[in-house]
Design a protein around this ligand. Structure first.
Ligand SMILES: CC(C)(COP(=O)(O)OP(=O)(O)OC[C@H]1O[C@@H](n2cnc3c(N)ncnc32)[C@H](O)[C@@H]1OP(=O)(O)O)[C@@H](O)C(=O)NCCC(=O)NCCS
Length: 177
């Protein structure tokens, strides 16, 4: 596996979002909303991300190539939500998603962010595996009966005050806040 890094967003990154937000495979794994998105909407949503003061947004880079996007958004109380997408499908299932999540957890730790959660489609096995490898657990179901595209998610949390790392067989606490 090549080295993964995160960098801040640039205006030119809009091109990647324009592609990923229209990719049916990616939509099926994320929002489930297949309504076509216009160039104007892409512009608006991308600039919302670029100017987002309540979140940290990074592009995921491998060998100088942009492969995805990861964010950490302020939510209620001390909670932050992370969202990740490897938009370039050739890079799926090669460990890059897990690496990117570990990098953002490290950034969160440096920023004294103690509580991180994410929500995932219950049938998105690859994502759940990547999150579990990154230390997320404590799964609970969340129901959104009004959202026909995503009526149910699995919420996974990184344990409060602990940063946990490990592999399938063993978890080890390596740092407390
Ligand atoms: C989800 C995502 C971030 C994971 O990143 P990734 O780099 O592909 O995942 P990783 O390689 O780090 O880990 C995936 C694991 O799932 C396994 N896996 C992949 N497909 C699988 C399947 N159908 N069934 C079981 N396991 C599967 C991989 O083998 C790997 O496990 P391993 O390391 O034990 O071999 C990335 O695939 C992605 O962005 N997908 C599209 C959008 C998406 O689903 N985003 C998440 C929304 S919540």
């Amino acid at each position: 596996m090549n080295k993964v890094s995160l960098r801040k967003l640039k205006k030119l990154d809009k091109q990647y979002f324009a592609k990923w937000w229209r990719d049916k495979d990616l939509i099926a794994l994320t929002s489930g909303n297949f309504e076509p998105i216009s160039d104007k909407q892409v512009e608006k949503y991308f600039f919302n991300i670029l100017n987002d003061k309540k979140a940290f947004h990074f592009m995921i880079i491998v060998n100088d190539e942009v492969i995805g996007h990861i964010s950490l958004s302020k939510k209620r109380g001390l909670w932050y939500e992370t969202q990740v997408i490897i938009g370039e499908k050739a890079f799926w299932s090669k460990g890059y998603g897990t690496e990117a999540i570990k990098l953002i957890i490290n950034k969160a730790r440096r920023l004294n962010i103690p509580k991180i959660y994410l929500e995932v489609r219950p049938d998105n096995i690859r994502a759940i595996k990547a999150y579990t490898k990154s230390g997320f657990f404590l799964k609970v179901k969340k129901y959104y009966p009004k959202n026909k595209n995503l009526p149910e998610t699995t919420r996974m949390e990184l344990p409060i005050n602990h940063y946990i790392t490990g592999n399938k067989s063993k978890f080890k606490i390596v740092k407390t806040f």
